[in-house]
Ligand binder design. Structure first.
Ligand code: NAD
Ligand code: FES
Length: 283
């Protein structure tokens, strides 16, 4: 059992939990994810690792209520435990294989959308510790849904915030901020976009004319997380890949986003029905 040692509600629908998981904290690298089950009959939910503390032996996850299973996770409290907390899974970000000298000469741009800001955080933290230059764009629907802005500000060189409704920072989508930065002559060696699939698709289309190398982290459906079930199948460069073992990070320009979004929608009706039952207390 994996005990929740800290729980903080970051927004009305987004919850941060620090979980006692020493072996995972020891092995985790930026870019990886884990799979949790709230209880023994619960669904297996993939979540990105938001932070890890090797000394303390803890791993931090951030969950947004989007359906029945995420609602069950967010209802757990400090002192409660997860039945399963499996990981770290997937490949770490490619840049962890570069030397600190190489990284200290590189300039990165991260584009974080909504909840995708959580997995961006450990990557920026790692690059900052290696001396890399890092700019970050964070986009959220509104001010009350922005997360990690103070933490991010303390570890990046420039932070650009935008909200869809203009309630904080610049009014507009992350793609508009990206275009503005590129048109102002900013140059980056590597960009990374993490957020909803539709955002990553449009970031890719926006970035392409500027020839910036771009990585995306795919949040596909996942079941086993070990390459056996095929649930996380995606087409990358015309080849079938499994996001759980080959990814979750891929070259954005090679990803078939339309197919990935169609597959993401496959179980939407079942999920809506399950969430309704959860809200009215049937499970
Ligand atoms: P959201 O819908 O509030 O979008 C966040 C930001 O993305 C917006 O403010 C906007 O700037 C940008 N965006 C959204 N649609 C866009 C479009 N069509 N064109 C350009 N920019 C666009 O995001 P949310 O509600 O926080 O997202 C939750 C989703 O993020 C869930 O589906 C979750 O699975 C996903 N997620 C993905 C990852 C990952 O690893 N890729 C990690 C965590 C969460
Ligand atoms: Fe089953 Fe990836 S989640 S193969």
């Amino acid at each position: 059992m994996y005990k929740i040692i800290k729980k903080v509600d970051l927004t009305p629908i987004i919850t941060l939990m620090e979980v006692d998981a020493p072996r995972m904290a020891h092995a985790a690298q930026p870019g990886q994810f884990l799979i949790v089950r709230a209880h023994d009959k619960g669904e297996r939910i993939p979540l990105t690792i938001c932070d890890f503390d090797r000394e303390k032996g803890s791993v931090t996850i951030v969950t947004q209520v989007v359906g029945a299973s995420s609602r069950q996770i967010c209802h757990l409290n400090e002192g409660d435990s997860f039945t399963d907390f499996a990981g770290p899974l997937g490949q770490p970000s490619e840049f962890i294989h570069k030397s600190s000298k190489e990284l200290s000469e590189m300039k990165f741009l991260f584009i974080a959308g909504g909840l995708g800001t959580a997995p961006v955080y450990p990557q920026v933290k790692f690059l900052h510790s290696m001396g890399a230059k890092v700019d970050v764009i964070i986009g959220a629907k509104s001010k009350d849904l922005l997360i990690f802005q103070d933490e991010m500000r303390s570890i990046c060189d420039n932070l650009y915030i935008c909200t869809d409704d203009g309630s904080y920072g610049k009014k507009g989508l992350v793609t508009e901020m990206l275009k503005e930065l590129m048109d102002s002559g900013k140059k980056y060696d590597q960009a990374v976009a993490i957020g909803p699939m539709i955002m990553m698709k449009f970031v890719t289309l926006t970035a392409k004319p500027y020839n910036i190398p771009l990585i995306v982290s795919l949040n596909t459906l996942m079941v086993d997380g070990t390459g056996m079930c095929g649930a996380c199948r995606v087409s990358v460069g015309g080849k079938t890949k499994f996001a759980c073992v080959d990814g979750p990070e891929f070259d954005a320009y090679q990803v078939d986003f339309d197919e990935a979004m169609r597959r993401q929608m496959m179980y939407k009706n079942i999920e809506v029905e399950a969430d309704h039952k959860c809200k009215i207390g049937l499970h």
